[in-house]
Write a new protein. Sequence first.
Length: 552
Amino acid sequence: MHRDARPRVTIRLRPGLLSCAALLLVLALPAAAAEQPAQPAAQVTAAELEIANRRICTLRADVLGASPADRAATIRERVAALFDQGGPLRVTTREMPEGVAVLVDGGLVFRVLNGDVDADAGETPRDVAARAAAALQTALEEMSEARNSREMLRAVGVSLLATALLLALLWALAKAYGWCARRLAEVANRRADRLAQTLGQHATGQLGLARLVLAPVKLVAVGAALLLGYEWLAVVLKQFPYTRPWGEALLGNLTAALGEFVLQAMRAVPGLLFVLIIFLIARFFVRLLRTFFTSVEQGRVHVHWVDETTARPTGRLLSAVVWLLALVAAYPYIPGSQSEAFRGIGVFVGLMLSIGSSGVVNQAVSGLMLMYTRSFRPGEFVKVGDTEGTVRAIGFLTTQIETLRHELVTIPNAVIVGNVMRNFSRFREEGGVRVTTTVTIGYDAPWRQVQAMLDVAAGRTAGILRDPPPRILQTGLLDHAVEYTVLVCIPDPALRPAALHELHANILDVFNEHGVQIMSPHYEADPELPKVVAPDAWFRAPAVPPGEAARR
């Protein structure tokens, strides 16, 4: 009994142990799987399936470890093998649970799986498979055509015919451009002859009217030639099976571009109408301002807030403001103004202007200060730094002064604002223009005698006004001499150099006549004899007395 019981116990325990072990293993596997971190799925790269240089479809799914690129290579090999076998090469499709199959003569070539479609773009396997079957049918026909010598000869003939037609059209375009250029040049030369009578021959030569007229015609001719070449290339590429997709792409791109251009042009018509209306309104106000300020400048209209001198710059400034407001109002209606490229160009232009126009803005603001403070006006005699002369023009950036040497000096307005400017003409109507000169005489000369001699010298000067009379002032008691200042008036500031010349000559003559030594410009020591010129030596050669000069 003991020997029989042991086997029974052993047989009964083994199934129980195995069952418990299997149960523990089943329970432990999900727990172990849950404890392990999930591995990220491999990123699958989409591959384009192309056969005979024609795009068939896009493969995205990974099938049994084969990547989309591997699938595309396998499909190309399968198509090549089916093509070599021959047959009608009829492409059909058949739906499957995992997608749609594409067949050639009933044989499976590839499958469009659910993972191959772009669900976000609204694609379905049926639609993708239908387009792929049509493209594959076209590719197979082109592969057959590429092996047909008759079709290839026809393609070469059509290409040669298209090339001949292109050359003929280019020749006709060149002849038409030459004829138009000659006619336009003749018209431009006739107009240039008329402009030469108004602007001068030099200005007309610099204008280059003929070149300006021919530039748009040349641009149109070059554009037409490029368009003909583009069309020729597309036609030639379409004749050969392998390059036919490229030719279709060229024609498709051109058609799409032209269609988009026409569509955008139609959409831009209302905005362009608004821009035109704003331009016409701004042009009307600018003409109105020009007429008003021209009348003010010519003295036909008188207003208290602007005079004849500031009328022209004020009109230009207000016209610029009107055009600026018109540009701001028309900006939203300009085609493409909301695009990023247009905004980028605007930011770039604004940055360039802000960097490069700082000096120009400084000059313009200085010009406005000079105009509206009325420091000087055209026709007045002024002195700016070392430049002395008559003001000819005051601009926004520079001022032109004609010197006594008949030189036209252009001075930046910022330089004038930053320097001391003397206006000799402003008070001309109120007693003439004041002119001064100084002379230093020693303390041993009686000041009354010196004043009397200076008065005599001023009286001998012809260009000096008698009302108000000349004035002699003692303006300084220096270390070794007394400084006397002669103040006289002249009628015209342009006569200032001539009047000073004559006054200085008379001072020298009068002081020499009375034997009084002039201590100017510096004093070092008393000489043994006075430094004067005797009257009998006044007209030493080559000088000639006034009476003898008149007789000669």
